[in-house]
Design a protein. Structure first.
Lengths: 333, 523
């Protein structure tokens, strides 16, 4: 057996270690300037109000930043006279493939076409559940909207829970989090988790391993368990409604639906009954995706089992138009 | 405490700083205390077992060397495990059976020593050798094999129509027990055979057994190599620390980036063989994933252990030397877990007769040694089968296939052919080693009859994941010579090593925060 240790290589190792430290310092410094957004914002995982919103020269700029994937949009901070401001809150379904393609964009076009002065902000972000949508609503209220269109969903709740866990963990000063707080290393680590680990490995494969320390296994198993997530969603949504009531901003809710095994049957995850009852009690308007999608073959409405294609967004915009007009007392000129 | 926790680097740095700040005479008790803290991180109660093994080694080796420890000293030492258990009870409840055993064991051991002391010298030496080995094996047998033995006995009795319905033994397995018990046995045997003189300091014996960098998974050290270093007479040498840091970085890379990542796929596959209709694609993926998981895990651990020991000026044995480049099964065992394979060579194979005798005798010696090495890994027939498979391969190779020396001189295609053959033996062995049961092994064999798995997650993502985590390591090995070791990547010039260090550290630090335990801790 050999116990030979190459301590003669120590001077080389020491030089190389110093070199590695210099490389790390230089790259981290470069990352501070190269990245548009402070890495702390990224580590808020969508729970920071301000992410994606910036104000300059009297204009609010909406940009995709960190874990808030807003479509680029620019609006005046102060509402132009006689103009109504509508904001759309939701997840990837409401966000769509582009602003123009989304029902928000289509609604803006339709309102403009009939001569109504209105802005429709698309504030939907992929993966957002009720908890992060509430953060976006709170931010949106700073810009005095006249109407909030809220796309209600249950299936992204687990992502909210997971991202909240990640945020809490990253916020701690435990030594395990020190590297993650560095601008470059933190991003590499997150990319390895989000772009490689989550995408390459099937949920069933990684279910037994907890890369990030969150109870990913539980979260994944609960993903399809709408009974688990619906009460959580409704509780968070109650907070959002209270916020809107306090600000006296009317609300329109769209309940989500998904195709069952690629259709033509759809499921609403039990939302229509719950939202319908709330709407009746509180007097807000709501519209069911199932109802709109059923106006033809539901499969022609969806791009996949959950997201809508441009036709789906168009039909939703069409269905929303009279409700929005009525709510905002807008008349076509 | 595991090397894979965030506490460990801080613990190591603090322990090393204090160690070098202390006067030389305080260093041995300090390291013993630090090792107790390290081991107590898992379970404070099991330190009593380390103390008991050290008491056995100390008293028996001194008797063997012809030095009679004082009666009072033997009595006090025999009581130390009990004292520890009573103190540990304040932190964690100690079962009454353990307290009773320690209380009864002390006078019995003292009486056994007294009895041995009255024997004539030649008989006495043998008596204390047997006492030390039997005591160590009793500890190992009770904690590791009692449950398995009871199960097998129950099954055997049932086969002849006797119903033995005794309660299941739920004995907690102390981490790394097989490693320190083997180290303990080799010390007493070496004293008996005159290869090393009996150590007069009980603390130093204790230190040899529980030196924390190698406490839980080796390398299994020899007293002749270890004891002189534990006088801690060396001065601080920054070159030891620099090389130690290099070993630790490479070790963490192997553990965190290679092993744990491959482990995600391997664990999924092996934990769900019974539930999923896997075909050859998934079976081979799972098998390769495990091959790199266990290699990265254990080779990584061994490098971290060596690097950590250097922080205290102690040099441990190399435990790995690029095992997957082996050209023959015997070459594999000269490269894989070297401290264990050489232990079995020196204390089992050679005493059995080694290579002397007829082919049949040598084959028997090989098979017995390898099966015992298999069972050393765990109380299961799977491990015995794993040992038998390697034993069979070693025997087959001796029967006529070219040896490592011949192959080293052979042409490349010949080398590749025998490398592939050896790799196939090793992979087949890992299938038996990792499978949860022999039924799973059977299911794996059946799965090889068709290629595409249906009704299970697609395999391609997992293949990409494994390649991402294994290819950088394979690329690095291009720097290392075949007769070198994993840490030899330090052969690069400093300007090439600097970005490599940055890359390794980045990959380690960005590989997630949750670390599974080292596989070999369970042994």
């Amino acid at each position: 057996m050999i116990a030979l240790e190459r301590t003669d290589l120590a001077p080389r190792i020491a030089k190389a270690a110093l070199g590695a430290l210099a490389i790390a310092a230089a790259l981290e410094l470069l990352a501070v300037f190269a990245y548009r957004q402070d890495s702390r914002v990224r580590l808020d995982f969508g729970y920071s109000e301000d992410v994606g919103f910036s104000v300059s020269d009297g204009t609010v700029h909406l940009r995709p930043v960190a874990s808030r994937g807003l479509w680029p949009q620019d609006y005046p901070v102060a509402k132009p006279p006689q103009t109504k401001r509508v904001v759309v809150i939701g997840d990837s379904v409401a966000r769509a493939g582009s602003y123009r393609e989304s029902f928000a964009g289509q609604l803006a076009e339709r309102l403009a076409a009939c001569g109504a002065r209105a802005e429709v902000w698309n504030l939907a972000s992929p993966g957002y559940g009720s908890r992060r949508k509430d953060v976006v609503v709170a931010k949106a209220l700073q810009f005095a909207p006249d109407l909030v269109i809220y796309h209600a969903n249950v299936t992204t709740e687990y992502e909210d829970a997971r991202e909240w866990e990640r945020r809490e963990r990253h916020a701690s000063w435990h030594p395990s989090q020190w590297p993650e707080k560095l601008p470059l290393l933190g991003r590499i680590s997150m990319s390895m988790t989000e772009k490689v680990y989550w995408r390459w490995l099937d949920p069933a494969v990684r279910a037994g391993f907890d890369r990030e320390g969150t109870d990913l296994d539980e979260a994944l198993r609960s993903k399809s368990d709408v009974e688990h997530w619906r009460p959580i969603m409704l509780e968070n949504f109650a907070g959002t409604r209270a916020r809107l009531r306090a600000a006296k901003v009317p609300l329109i809710v769209i309940t989500r639906a998904d195709l069952i095994d690629d259709g033509p049957e759809m499921t609403d995850h039990g939302l229509e009954e719950a939202i319908g009852a709330l709407a009746k009690n509180e007097g807000f308007r709501w519209i069911a995706t199932r109802q709109v999608a059923r106006q033809g073959d539901p499969r022609a409405f969806f791009a996949d089992g959950s997201h809508w294609n441009p036709i789906g967004h168009e039909r939703m915009a069409q269905a929303l138009l009279p409700i929005v007009q009525k709510t905002l007392s807008l008349r076509c000129r | 405490m595991s090397f894979a926790t965030w506490v460990y680097p801080f613990f190591l740095l603090a322990a090393a700083a204090l160690f070098w700040a202390l006067p030389a005479r305080w260093r041995t008790p300090f390291i013993v205390a630090a090792s107790f803290v390290f081991y107590s991180w898992w379970d404070v109660r099991f330190v009593a077992m380390l103390i008991a093994a050290a008491v056995l080694d100390y008293t028996c080796s001194n008797w063997i060397a012809g030095r009679r420890p004082a009666r009072l000293e033997t009595a006090l030492l025999a009581l130390t495990p009990l004292v520890w258990l009573l103190l540990a009870n304040l932190a964690k409840p100690v079962p009454i059976a353990a307290l009773t055993s320690a209380a009864a064991g002390a006078p019995i051991y003292w009486a056994a020593c007294e009895l041995g002391g009255r024997l004539r010298e030649a008989t006495r030496r043998r008596y204390f050798l047997v006492l030390a080995i039997a005591g160590s094996l009793a500890l190992l047998g009770f904690f590791k094999y009692a449950g398995w033995f009871a199960e097998n006995l129950e099954a055997a009795l049932e086969a002849i129509g006797v119903v033995a319905d005794w309660p299941a033994l739920n004995i907690l397995l102390p981490i790394g027990i097989s490693f320190h018990i083997f180290q303990s046995i080799s010390y007493v045997v070496d004293v008996y055979q005159g290869r090393v003189s009996a150590e007069r300091s009980f603390l130093r014996i204790l230190n040899m057994l529980c030196f924390f960098p190698q406490l839980v998974a080796g390398p299994i050290e020899r007293a002749a190599h270890m004891l002189p270093q534990l006088h801690f007479g060396r001065r601080f040498d920054w070159r030891d620390v620099a090389w130690g840091c290099h070993l630790i970085l490479v070790g963490y890379f192997l553990k965190v980036y290679v092993a744990d990542s491959c482990g995600v796929v391997a664990d999924y596959y092996f934990n769900s063989i019974g539930e999923n209709p896997f075909a050859a694609d998934w079976t081979l993926t799972g098998l390769f994933a495990f091959a790199f998981q266990i290699y990265g895990d254990f080779a990584g651990y061994s490098l971290i252990a060596r690097g950590s020991a250097l922080f205290f000026g102690v040099r441990l044995f190399r435990n790995f030397q690029l095992p997957y480049l082996a050209l023959t099964p015997s070459d594999f065992w000269r490269r894989w877990h070297i401290s264990l394979s050489s232990w079995f060579r020196d204390y089992v194979y050679l005493p059995l007769g080694g290579n002397r005798g007829t082919r049949g005798v040598v084959a028997r010696n090989l098979m017995v040694t390898m099966m015992l090495a298999g069972i050393w890994h765990g109380a299961s027939w799977r491990f015995a089968l794993w040992g038998a498979l390697h034993g069979g391969a070693l025997i087959a190779w001796r029967a006529g296939l070219p040896g490592t020396g011949t192959l080293e001189r052979a042409r490349l295609p010949m080398k590749v052919l025998f490398w592939a053959l050896t790799a196939a033996v090793v992979l087949a062995g890992w299938a038996v080693f990792r499978a949860a049961s022999l039924e799973d092994v059977h299911a794996m064999l059946a799965a090889l009859s068709h290629w595409h798995s249906a009704g299970v997650p697609p395999v391609w993502g997992s293949v990409k994941w494994i390649l991402l985590h294994v290819l950088p390591w394979i690329a690095l090995l291009a720097i290392v010579r075949r007769d070198g070791e994993e840490a030899d990547i330090a052969r690069l010039p400093w300007w090439a090593l600097a970005p490599l260090y940055w890359l390794l550290a980045t990959l380690v630090l960005s590989a997630g925060t949750q670390r599974p335990e080292f596989i070999y801790f369970q042994f």
